[in-house]
Each structure stands twice: as C-alpha cells, then as structure tokens.
Design a protein. Sequence first.
Length: 462
Amino acid sequence: MLNVYSPHNRSLIKTIPTVGNDEIEKALQLADKLYQDRSSWLPAHRRIDILNKLAGIMQDRSEELIIIAAQEGGKPYMDSKVEVLRAINGVKLAAEHIGHLKGQQIPMGLTKASENRIAFTRLEPIGVVASISAFNHPLNLIIHQTVTAIAAGCPVIVKPARSTPLSCLSFADMLNEAGLPEAWCQVVICGHEEAEKLATDRRVKYLSFIGSAKVGWDLRSKLAPGTHCAMEHGGAAPVIVEPDADIKEMLPALVKGGFYHAGQVCVSVQKIYVHESICSDVTEKMAEMANDLIVGDPLNPKTEIGPLIEPAEIKRVENWVNEAVSQGAELICGGKRISETYFQATILLNPPESSRVSTQEIFGPVVCIYSYSNREGAIQRANSLPFCFQAAVFTKNIDIALDTADKLNAMAVMINDHTAFRVDWMPFGGSDDSGIGVGGIPYTMREMCREKMTVIKSSKLP
C-alpha cells in the first residue's frame, strides 16, 4: 500500500494499493495483445470522439481536479488552476491533431527502375507506450504522456509519481467515463523495480520518462532494442540581462519564473547574469518582490509559493544555500526553512561558480544572480554546464537579443520573457544532460507513430 501525504502539513490524504511484477506483466500482456490485434485498434473518429468527451468531463469537474492537484502536489491553487486549464486544452489539441497524422506520396518514375510504380507512406501507432511521470505537474504531465499515445492509437501504461498519483487516477476514471476501454490506458502504482521492468520490456516500443537524469539515463541504457524514448531531465535555465533591459517589465517575469511552484519546475529561472551597471538595482528590487510573495497553504487562492514536495527536499535546499553562503555568496533575502516542507524565497548574489547552486538544478525557491561586465563572458558562463533546455535574454536591442539567443546553449530561448514560458503546442525538450526527444502535444503524437510505406507496381501506371 502507498500512503499519499499532503506536502503542506504532511497529513495523510489517501492510502492506495500498489502493484508488483506480476501485475506489471499482466498490464504488458494486455497492452501488447491490444496492439497485436489490429481489429481492436480504435479508429481515428472514435479517438476524436473520446477525447472531445474527455475534455468536456474534465471541464465540468475542473474544480475537483484543481483541489486534487493542489493537495497532493503542493502547487498553489492559482497555479494548479492554470495547470488544469492547460490539461483540458491539451486534450483538445490532441483531438484536433489526430487529423494531421498523415503520410505522404513518394515520387516514382524518376529513374528507369522506378517506372510503373506509385508509393506512399502512412503513419500507424508505434506500439505499446510506457510513461513514467514526475510530481511537479501531476495532471498536465500525465496528459502529455498518455493522451498523446491515445491520440496516436497506442495502448499506454502510465506510472505516476508515487508522491502525486491521485490526479492520474482521477484522470483515468474520466477517460473511462468518456468511453475509452480500460485496457487502452492502464495506471500502475509501483516502485522503482517494477517501473524498470515496465520500461525495459521488449513489448514496450516507446518510453516517455520525466524525472531525474540519473534514473532516466540509466533506464535508457537498459531499453530493449528498437525502443524509442523521450527523456526530460531539467536544467539550470540561465538568463542574460543587458543594461538596456526594461527592469520594471522584467522583474515580475523573473520573480514568477524563479519562484513559481517553489522553483520545482524543470525550466525554472535559476541563474540570472545581470550587467554590472544595473546589478545592484535589479537585485534590490527583485528581493523586495520576493519578500512580498505570499507563502502558505496551497489551497488558499492567494498563496503564491507553496511547499516543497517532501521534507528531504527542504534539507537538501537548505544545505546547498548554506554551502554557497559559506563559500562567499551574499544572501540577499530568504535562506531559511519555514517548516519541514516550506522554504523562504531566496536570492543569492554571486555564489561561486563551483558551488552546487551554480552547477546543479536547484529545484527549490532559490534564484542566483551573477554580475558581469562582458556579455560574451556571461554567455560562456551560462553555457558552462552540461544542460541544454530553456534560457532567456532581456534587452531592447534586437541584434543583441538574436545574437545572444543564437549563442546560448539551449533548445529554446525566450527574448524578454522568463525561461519557464511554455504553451502545449510548441516543441519542448532538452538536449545534452537535459534529455532527448521532443515534447509538445503534436510533436509527441508524431513521435509515437511509425511511418510505413506501400509501393504499388502495375504496367498500367506511368
């Protein structure tokens, strides 16, 4: 059995059953049987109908989904509401893009050997999908990892994070209510051993993993031959601030991007390189805004920063901050735990480049500011880590903006916006240590298909 606790006060929310290797095997057998029996495949029109009904059900029960997400994940109500609305829109996007899953005609007759032929490709489901999810977006990540598979026509087995399984279970109930046969989306609540068995099984043709790099890359090394995968591991999200940046407009974005969900976001603003001419001003004003953020119960609609997911994370963040200060960082604001799961919004100025807050993903409410005199040097510092995900630059000079965006080692660069910006129809994903593969509803759907060609030969053809 698994006890699900509230990150807010560590009270027990619910106890739910877990599964072992035998149940994982049964889930794999059922999913594989569905895929191998083409007569059981869901036609496109039925998938569209199911997803449209699902979006309606989720809309009608959105308040329930918001409360569940806020309770189990600790994300403040206002942000959990945004997540649920995004999740509903994600379902609609998937339904809309089913009609875009199409192949193409391949030209023939270009050589003597290719005469009298017509060739075309079609997209068909890649096979059984296994999705292993993370805690920080307990509903929207599940949407990206399961609805995409359903839209592509793949059976999917999803393992939610053990700390936040309730959103996934509620979503699965709504899927069934919308008309999806249960076997097409199976939820397994299990431990690491069972999750590895699921991910590395030969019957799985696509693995979607969101979580730590250590676990993700280890799983990838053990995948069965031919299994495709997408890995999302996070990064350190650097920001370059030029002296001509609009500080008044920039600061709310940086504060939101840095402290949203207590920094527990894979593209959360973490390292801000500010030109020395405005560094003091930016640091002072950002600290004032950080100190004014409302920290507390995630179910309170006014709360802006909620808890970290578990006490161990508070200890880790506290240790990293103390280490940086002991090594010479200036503590501008915060820096202390509030309770066993709450930590103050913290800003550090010029921590050593070798400290853990500078070299690793903090995943907590801590933002580091570094002064610089030369933009090229700041870019080199920002690129010094083995992460490649999302970054940002603030400047009014379009030439500098585009030059900086070109030179930053990132898969996406925001100009005059924070690093955590995302909409669900855009490509989203990291490279290097940050991951592999491309997320985003239509992009994931395409990755969960395989292209199959048919060639027709006839003397009647030109």
